[in-house]
Design a protein around this ligand. Sequence first.
Ligand code: SF4
Length: 475
Amino acid sequence: MATHSIAFHERVDRALDDGSLQTALSRATDRFVTNRANALALVDDFDDLRARGRAIRASALAQLDDVLVRLSERIEARGGQVFWASDGDAARQYIVELARARNVRTIVKSKSMASEEIHLNDALEAAAFTVVETDLGEYIIQLAGETPSHIIAPCIHKTREEISELFQQHLGMPATDDIPTMTRTARTVLRQQFLRADMGISGVNFGVADAGAVVVVENEGNARLTTTAPRIHVAVMGIERVCERLEDLGVLLQLLARSATGQKLSVYTSILSGPRRADEPDGPDEFHLILLDNGRSQIMGGDYAEALLCIRCGACLNACPVYQSIGGHAYGGVYSGPIGAILTPLLQPELRDVHKLPQASSLCGACQSACPVKIAIPDMLLRLRADAVAAGKADAIERIAMAGWSQAMANPALYRAGGKLASLGTRLLAREGRIGWLPPPLDQWTRQRDFPPFAPRSFTELWAERQRRSAGDGQ
Ligand code: SF4
């Protein structure tokens, strides 16, 4: 069943009850957080680097029309073709028609969240093309029939043992969970696909306007093969993923690698600027750049424009206590974690319970602290919550609770009586200082965690007593 057809709280419950997911998440997010901290410790002033990165991104977005036109003109001048896709339908149709017109049969893909966003694989497979993901993580989830659960680590939700089972089942690998053996097995299979492929589809980390080029970073070398071995290369880029100058990459690539994986730089950085020239030994005969809008221009200039600064490093996911507990699939959309809780309601508003995603945050601010371009994620989550209430999307229990809270806050006697009742009730339910069960609808809290009982005496009672005592001492 598609995750977005299930209620959000059920998706969360399933994730929290899934022991294997919990193991995989804790192993992976711990590793990412530690690697990032080590990488940041080697930079003299990371905060300054972040400020420069933010300024570069903000400047490009402030003149987006112009920057995109420059990028597009320079790519076309080098023999590339640029297609401006207003939405996912337009992008899918262009790529399917191109593949048909060129008698393509096999398509290899390197990791691309933009292509996930428009469900490109479904469209290509429906048109009878063979599509093979070549990033190892993407390949694993393709074998499993799943979707990515993290921006940069698509199979973060899978344990080594689960991946071994998949490889045994689909690739005939002997029983082992030795990682080098598993990667060798996948590499052997994928190499054949690169040789066979007629078209390669990649994402784009950054478009560079003055260079008329797109940049693709990766660690496995699969994106290099995807973009150069087949006779046609199609790059799918969200329109916001652009910068003005080649020198901007000196900041952006550092920020991306350190925040994403804790590397100084990713292993491979490819700067691609069109099809193979006459004097070049390799490269594609055709290069197509899809500039994907798909709702982004609606976000520009509005309350959530800052979300478009995102460079998709995944650091906010790794830092978020909610993501660490529920993983990516529970969010239901293509993008998960704190930035997904903003982007998904904006880009995929049709999904079930999408207005509840901004609630999946403790507002602790760990996401904003981790973000290499300092996106004010908690502020936007709060604004989205307010929007949902204003649109009448708060559920009945929340409305009743907030109406009761508002009455109590406006009436001191009611507030005090409510506090006393809550203190008595929770202390009666507590066992050894913790409450493991609350009656419905409050059991949604205690299903996954304890609740602390209210203090026997309220802060206002203690404060009044202290004031009385001080007044007595002064006499
Ligand atoms: S919001 Fe910031 S931390 Fe999160 S993925 Fe985007 S750039 Fe990275």
